[in-house]
Design a protein around this ligand. Sequence first.
Ligand SMILES: Nc1ncnc2c1ncn2[C@@H]1O[C@H](COP(=O)(O)OP(=O)(O)OP(=O)(O)O)[C@@H](O)[C@H]1O
Ligand SMILES: [Mg+2]
Length: 287
Amino acid sequence: MNAIEITGLCKQFTGKRMKKVDALKGLDLTIEAGEVFGFLGPNGAGKSTTIKLVMGLLRPTAGTAQIMGMNAGQAESRRTVGFLPENPAFYDYLSAEEYIAFVGSQFKMDAAVLRQRSEEVLQRLDLWEARKRPMRGYSKGMVQRVGLAQALVHDPDVYILDEPMSGLDPIGRALVKDIILDLKKRGKCVFFSTHITDDVEKVCDRVGVINRGQLLVVDSVANILQRGVEGYTVRVISPSGHTEELFVEKTDLQSFIQQATSNNQSIEQIEPRRKDMEAFFLEIVAQ
Ligand SMILES: Nc1ncnc2c1ncn2[C@@H]1O[C@H](COP(=O)(O)OP(=O)(O)OP(=O)(O)O)[C@@H](O)[C@H]1O
Ligand SMILES: [Mg+2]
């Protein structure tokens, strides 16, 4: 069964002076179980709108969204998901520990399991020291980490995270990437939005690029990076022992190797020079 299935999803908002805004224009997307999928798009592209529709927080103008075969918004479908909203805000008079306990109780977790999981996630997100303080005294990054902790506590199979690295410092970002990679190892599905290409390159199996409400490309990260190879930096050693580094065009590599071999040069290293995800993203979005 697919983890998330989105078919013909459209959302039209009525903005100021009854102006119609087509935030999402017929999105079709399938996310498999066990897959980490990066939903990449610039500001205003329609990422959060998609996520809210999948979570049943908005009603679609047309189309459907399902999580684990259940329609968006059904209590059953919500139960299978760990959800991090954009800009999470919590009852700030509660401490992180109290809030996590509240979330766990909403998922009807067994008290002993909840206590153990609460400790695990608070430790993992580096909130253990602060766990008893009211959240009104937390920094922005700490609130974001509470958001992640509450998405993880009931150990669901599917995670829908709206910009999980947002507002975090480099240590926090690395921590979140690590958590996503751990979830992947455990066979969980993670669907997350971002506008930061580096986040996608490091952790995702596949990426979808959305702009102005339309999905422009869906491909595996490996394919995108492979397609981006422009050539190779080759280090050759001449028969006299002199080392030289040369740039070889992608199409010329075979003939270069043959030539070098017949000249008795040895090749020490071949390193692809590629356009990174950032260049790919900018190219797609500029179209
Ligand atoms: N409630 C609303 N009423 C009117 N227009 C809306 C509403 N919510 C979103 N929009 C519009 O829909 C479009 C998509 O917004 P959305 O929040 O989905 O973008 P996003 O990709 O999440 O952007 P960001 O990276 O800034 O979070 C934007 O043009 C936005 O102005
Ligand atoms: Mg958003």
